[in-house]
Write a protein that binds this ligand. Sequence first.
Ligand SMILES: [Mg+2]
Length: 384
Amino acid sequence: MTRIASIEPILARVGIRNQLLVKVITESGIVGWGESGLSAREESVAATIRHFSDFLIGQDSRKISRIWQEIYRSQYFEGGRVLTAAMSAIDIALYDILGKRLEVPVYQLLGGRQRDVIPTFACCTGKSIDDLVDNVRTLVKEGWTSIRINSSGFETVEVFDPRASLTIAAEELTRIRKEFGPGLCLGIDLHHRLSVAETASFCNMMPAGTVDYIEEPIRDESPEAYASLRSLTNIPFAIGEEFSSKWQAVPYLERGLTQYMRIDICNIGGFTEAMKVAGWSETHYVDVMPHNPLGPICTAATVHFSAAVPNFSWLETRQSSVEQLGFHDPDIFPKQVQMDGPVYIVPDGPGLGVEVNEDIIRQQAPAHVEPPHLRRPDGSVTNW
Ligand SMILES: [Mg+2]
């Protein structure tokens, strides 16, 4: 009765984004939920989940780590973001099932909790510098001591001019630091839009101590490029939300290229892979700073993970008062992890602690979403 009876991807519009959930049911009727993180390419991941279900149905749902190995190594061509996003959702659902079967919260399956609550950093942007600073003020008043901005200079959907945008970003950070002082942990997400040289110039535009970390200034395919950039600035880096396996994380840890590990549990391979990367990060005194840009299943999984790892800084939240994204709709998810000001409360019920209203979510038709295809002023391609 512990065997997997069905695996179903459910793609739905929730708030301003699609969410790709997976529902796994065992022969005894226990339901587990997972979420996949490859935003904007959800259809590909859903097809992959259906493919995996061909050989997973009938398997013992408790053999979670073995199932991870079998999926990863079953197609001869191992790895890749689509495959590991699908694996992540299934792995999370199997942990949800095991927690429900044993009547323990998932964090107990990961070694128990290391902390009482889960501190978060809030994400903050604005239509202008003044608007951004106002939003930071709101968050500080509400208790946040760690804030990551997305510069208003990056909020374009057509043309991205690096020099013009970086000038605005440097001005924003300098103003925020001046107004809120050194007590605030202040980061910026650069959305891997820059070159090595552009990033180095950006770091030199601000007085020392202005920014505590920069997140993903350049793309992650080349650790060598990051090593070059690492030698050009002393500002810590937060890298890793794009990693889809422990093997991608390893050079960044072993070569000292990232100072925070931005694990995305819905992309890297679920709890099974996230715990390994967290452990490898611990050996290098690098704290995890998990990516959490999706819905309540992702948030709950990340909260359980964050509760269980010793080397932890802040968990990303998209639920502060300055963002209205609708990802955590309480009608669709009547039971979900709750916040208390700037911290998540660790749920103590069985499994992940999330309930899904299937009558509603199955009515939420997914939108066809294509992220902005940005170009530089000369017409060439750049990342969103
Ligand atoms: Mg990011």
